[in-house]
Ligand binder design. Structure first.
Ligand code: SF4
Ligand code: SF4
Length: 79
């Protein structure tokens, strides 16, 4: 299934609690162990962006309101 959405993580707010990682129904998210936020946490990121449906569960469960979800607009394809 093609991606229907994507997310952005505000790294000033993310504290690496992993709630979004655990609750994403499509295993889109992981903590980026190669990077640190300004506060010293490994931030959440999209490890499998093609699987995101834009369901917003990650944004709802994030206790720090660090996630913004975007959904792709439908476009008519001319035949
Ligand atoms: S919007 Fe849904 S599918 Fe996309 S990363 Fe968040 S929980 Fe996962
Ligand atoms: S739920 Fe929020 S604070 Fe926790 S890892 Fe995900 S983005 Fe970061």
């Amino acid at each position: 299934m093609p991606a229907k959405g994507y997310i952005e993580v505000n790294e000033l707010y993310c504290k690496a609690c992993e709630l979004c990682v655990a609750d994403c129904p499509h295993d889109v998210l992981a903590l980026d162990m190669t990077r640190l936020t300004p506060k010293g946490y490994h931030p959440a990121y999209m490890v499998d962006p093609g699987a995101c449906t834009g369901c917003q569960i990650c944004a709802v469960v994030c206790p720090d309101a660090a996630i913004t979800v975007y959904r792709y607009a439908r476009q008519k394809v001319e035949a």
